[in-house]
Design a protein around this ligand. Structure first.
Ligand SMILES: Cc1cc2nc3c(=O)[nH]c(=O)nc-3n(C[C@H](O)[C@H](O)[C@H](O)COP(=O)(O)OP(=O)(O)OC[C@H]3O[C@@H](n4cnc5c(N)ncnc54)[C@H](O)[C@@H]3O)c2cc1C
Length: 397
């Protein structure tokens, strides 16, 4: 059985290792080396997977979690750690990293496993077209290869300098598959507010980011202001859920641990202890200094106004603004800047227990090119490896 794999990311290489146990495998990668995106994961440390029970993984998958039952249970997070022969460690949030903190160790181990198994690796070769007569014809810049089965593992369309330029969507479409429109996910959020650039670099810790639109969402964590909007864990998570909403309203709860009544009492106490001080001085005890002027400007209150001159109505507005600080949503940053691509090959056209196309037998899919995406924490790489494992195992049967 001659199997061709297109794309040398984690999904393709994992599929190659498994398939070469039984079949004759050729992996074609357009870059000079495999795993260019894998190299930059986890800021170069590679958050390979997560140590939570595999049954909890579905809660962290944003699109089509139910498609992943077979994949996650056939090749779980524990199986993945046993599969790659490097030592691992577990960090905050159950995130799993190689002990060496080097993603390159993962890449070297995968490449060695693949080559030791007898897999053929063709680098520096871009696939241009895939067609099928009796067999699959894979046309590259250099020559055309013939395979009995093909596994597509070309990744998404974000961070294109790593090689993931979305070529696979064109191949899949030409072979009869539907492509669900692509959107950026785990991507910064752009805001229209003129004050944003003044907050660049400010991190808000332990706040809630709320989105109203398609539904009401509320996430708790840390948020970072950028020159054009917001980023950091909270904003990235939110982006994955709102990327298909038509209308989005955003607000920050600056004091999520205090309900309105408790915050009201706390503010009254602040005010009564600082009657002759300026309002800006009092608020600096509750909010980051960089935010106070902007906060008061939004309320049309002078920072120099004395606390004993603040009216009851103004006090109420201060409280409301702390619980509902609005941001004007402009849109999401470019798809290319997303950690992951949402959308892709429609999973309804793929058998979830084998990764084989229901439309074109002999064609298999795995990894980010599928319409699957998850939150940060190692879940996206687990998706790539689990689907790659199933594709490799079944394509070589
Ligand atoms: C900055 C960043 C950090 C990340 N950190 C993490 C993390 O810590 N943990 C985590 O779980 N996930 C992380 N991810 C997501 C993770 O990298 C992806 O989910 C994963 O790489 C997808 O694997 P893949 O094999 O499907 O695709 P890719 O890794 O994109 O690999 C696809 C391969 O196909 C090749 N290719 C494409 N077209 C062709 C063609 N025409 N011919 C030949 N070859 C082709 C490409 O060159 C590429 O090598 C991160 C992503 C980014 C951008």
């Amino acid at each position: 059985m001659k199997i061709g794999i297109i794309g040398g990311g984690p999904a393709g290489v994992c599929a190659g290792i498994v398939a070469s146990r039984q079949g004759e495998v050729t992996l074609i990668e357009k870059n000079e080396k495999i795993g260019k995106k894998l190299y930059i994961t986890g800021k170069g440390r590679c958050n390979l997977t997560n140590n939570k029970d595999i049954s909890e993984f579905f809660d962290y998958v944003v699109r089509n979690p139910e498609f992943l039952y077979s994949a996650f249970y056939s090749f779980s997070n524990q199986a993945l750690q046993d599969f790659i022969p490097v030592p691992f460690k577990v960090e905050r949030g159950d995130r799993v990293f190689p002990k060496s903190d080097k993603s390159s160790d993962i890449i070297s181990a995968l490449e060695k496993m693949y080559l030791d198994q007898g897999g053929k690796l063709i680098k520096n070769t871009k696939v241009l077209e895939i067609s099928q007569e009796e067999k699959f014809l894979v046309k590259t810049e250099k020559e055309t290869y013939t395979f009995d089965r093909v596994i597509l593992a070309t990744g998404g369309k974000s961070y294109p300098t790593t090689g993931s330029t979305g070529d696979g969507y064109t191949f899949a479409k030409a072979l009869g598959h539907t492509i669900v429109p692509l959107k950026g996910a785990l991507v910064p959020i752009l805001c229209k507010d003129s004050f944003i650039k003044d907050l660049e670099g400010l991190t808000l810790k332990h706040v809630s980011l709320r989105a109203l639109g398609g539904q009401k969402l509320d996430f708790f964590g840390d948020l970072l202001f950028t020159r054009e909007g917001i980023s950091g864990p909270l904003a990235l998570t939110m982006s994955s859920y709102i990327n298909r909403w038509n209308k989005v309203q955003l607000e920050i709860d600056l004091k999520p641990s205090l309900d309105e009544q408790t915050l009201d009492k706390a503010l009254l106490r602040d005010f009564s202890q600082a009657q002759n001080k300026e309002i800006q001085t009092v608020l600096k005890g509750r909010l980051p200094h960089k935010l106070v002027d902007i906060f008061l400007d939004k309320l049309e209150l002078s920072p120099h106004k004395k606390v004993n001159e603040i009216t009851k109505e103004e006090g109420r507005k201060i409280l409301q603004k702390m619980k509902h600080f609005p941001l004007s949503y402009q849109g999401l940053d470019k798809l290319e800047r997303g950690i992951i691509t949402s959308g892709g090959v429609d999973i309804h056209e793929i058998d979830p227990s084998t990764m084989e196309s229901k439309i074109r037998p002999g064609l298999y899919f795995c990894g980010e090119m599928l319409d699957l995406d998850a939150l940060t924490g190692g879940y996206n790489l687990q998706i790539a490896f689990s689907t790659g494992y199933l594709a490799g195992e079944n394509a070589s049967k």
